[in-house]
Design a protein around this ligand. Structure first.
Ligand SMILES: O=C(CO)[C@H](O)[C@H](O)COP(=O)(O)O
Length: 232
């Protein structure tokens, strides 16, 4: 079974949690896209839901699939967000933002009663940090912001290279919010909750890819089957 099959299986399991009338956060990335496609099939079969997309790419996918969309300005809370992740640890702390949508993903997940993370089992780790940690930054004063980010890493005993994410034609990658992303190649993040707090205090940092205490459930699809882990 290839990875896309596993991602789709995880997405299908999460879909079992969706009921008519729900307001849903729609994640970004290849695994979340499977969920959007499967949800679209249900919607075409009569399921009545409304979604808030976490990126322009997901907005386009959802529209193509016939899913009704709204915004967080028009509705209050969401019942459920289903999204992928780049890494998940045993405390259900996440690294997200490989696809560059971390800011909207975090806003949407935080506005949801539940967040289900869907992933293939390769995303499950003992310690976060092998996947480069995305940090969304304001272009103004980038060098100063980078220094502050590096200081935060030192404070938690982490170290590694910070690389500005490349976009098209030699330009920096630009997020849906018009910001840049620096990816931190740390290898290991010893204290993710503390690092999350420190990064949030840096003025030039818009958001970071550490999702702490946000995911309620992780659905992991592997060759042995599907495993569901709930946050303690
Ligand atoms: O955080 C994300 C996008 O910003 C994605 O959820 C994350 O990168 C996982 O993507 P994929 O399902 O393609 O592995």
């Amino acid at each position: 079974m290839d990875k896309e099959d596993l991602k789709r299986q995880a997405a299908a399991r999460a879909l079992e949690e969706v009921r008519s009338g729900m307001k849903l956060g729609l994640g970004t990335g290849s695994t979340a896209r499977h969920f959007v496609e499967l949800l679209g099939e249900k919607v075409r079969g009569g399921l009545d839901v409304i979604g808030v997309p976490t990126s322009e790419v997901t907005r386009a996918d959802a529209e193509r699939c016939g899913i009704r969309l709204t915004t967080l300005d028009e509705i209050d809370r969401l019942d459920l967000t289903v999204d992928g992740a780049d890494e998940v640890d045993t405390r259900l702390e996440l690294i997200k933002g490989g696809g560059g949508a971390l800011l909207r993903e975090k806003i949407v997940a935080a506005a949801s009663d539940r967040m289900i993370v869907i992933a293939d089992e390769s995303k499950w780790v003992d310690c976060l940090g092998k996947f480069p940690l995305p940090v969304e930054v304001i272009p103004f004063g980038l060098a100063a912001t980078r220094r502050a980010i590096e200081k935060a890493f030192t404070q938690v005993g982490a170290a590694g290279q910070l690389k500005l994410r490349d976009g098209e034609a030699g330009h920096a990658f630009v997020t849906d919010g018009g910001h840049w992303i620096v990816d931190a190649h740390l290898g290991r993040i010893p204290d993710a909750p503390r690092l999350a707090k420190l990064l949030s205090e840096i003025p030039g940092v818009v958001e970071h890819g550490l999702f702490i205490g946000i995911a309620s459930t992780v659905v992991l699809a592997g060759t042995e089957g599907i495993r569901t882990v709930e946050r303690a």
